[in-house]
Design a binder for this molecule. Structure first.
Ligand SMILES: Cc1cc2nc3c(=O)[nH]c(=O)nc-3n(C[C@H](O)[C@H](O)[C@H](O)COP(=O)(O)O)c2cc1C
Length: 185
């Protein structure tokens, strides 16, 4: 099974999440190519049996390059097995404060509506956690995100280094990738 993981990232989480998904899929026998859409171009997807598209979220928006990828290849993607995921802050914050309505809204806005916009029928979708790196946030985003720092602390998320909070659940990511591999046999 030839698999492409094409992703867009701003702060790096979607890159390392994509690498982990790739590692798990390779363990399951997939031949995987991973492309950072801000650095590399994908000219053709006809060789791939499975295409996974990932994007980080910022201010409710996908990374432009990831959405452009879907737009460009939408016709072919409709004929292929696909999966989509986002790296999101909603996941960590609402998992802890129990705001399931916000998670439902994120699921609809970030994933369902994106798939519908391009008439894709992904076999799996996911909202994974992300990285909040207060050292990399430029003005004015940092100002907006300062109140969330307290929320992250309240949620019990430890800094992996000063100013950096990684809210990902690696087991969740690996299990998702394994389930996707099982479906793709
Ligand atoms: C300025 C800023 C805005 C953000 N806006 C959102 C958002 O609207 N929705 C969300 O779920 N997460 C949001 N997040 C959390 C990001 O999704 C998280 O940082 C994730 O790691 C981004 O993916 P990336 O690291 O691949 O760029 C935001 C983070 C920052 C720094």
């Amino acid at each position: 099974m030839k698999t492409l993981i094409a992703y867009g990232t701003r702060y790096g989480a979607t890159a390392t999440t994509s690498e982990e998904i790739s590692r798990v899929l390779q363990e399951q026998g997939h031949d995987v190519s991973v492309v950072d859409l801000k650095k590399g171009k994908v000219k053709n997807i006809s060789d791939y049996d499975l295409v996974i598209i990932g994007s980080g979220m910022r201010m409710f928006r996908w990374v432009g390059e990831a959405e452009k990828f879907i737009k460009k290849f939408q016709k072919e993607l409709r004929q292929k097995k696909t999966a989509i995921f986002v790296s999101s802050g909603a996941q960590a914050l609402h998992k802890f404060d129990g705001a399931t309505e916000e998670m439902d809204t994120a699921w609809t806005k970030y994933l369902v509506e994106k798939a519908e916009k391009y008439s894709l029928q992904p076999s799996m979708m996911a909202i994974f956690g992300g990285v909040w790196d207060y050292n990399k946030m430029g003005f004015p985003f940092k100002q907006t995100m300062i109140p969330f720092q307290e929320k992250l602390r309240e949620a019990g998320i430890q800094e992996s280094e000063p100013g950096v909070y990684d809210t990902r659940d690696w087991d969740e990511i690996r299990n998702w990738a394994r389930a996707l591999a099982e479906q793709s046999i």
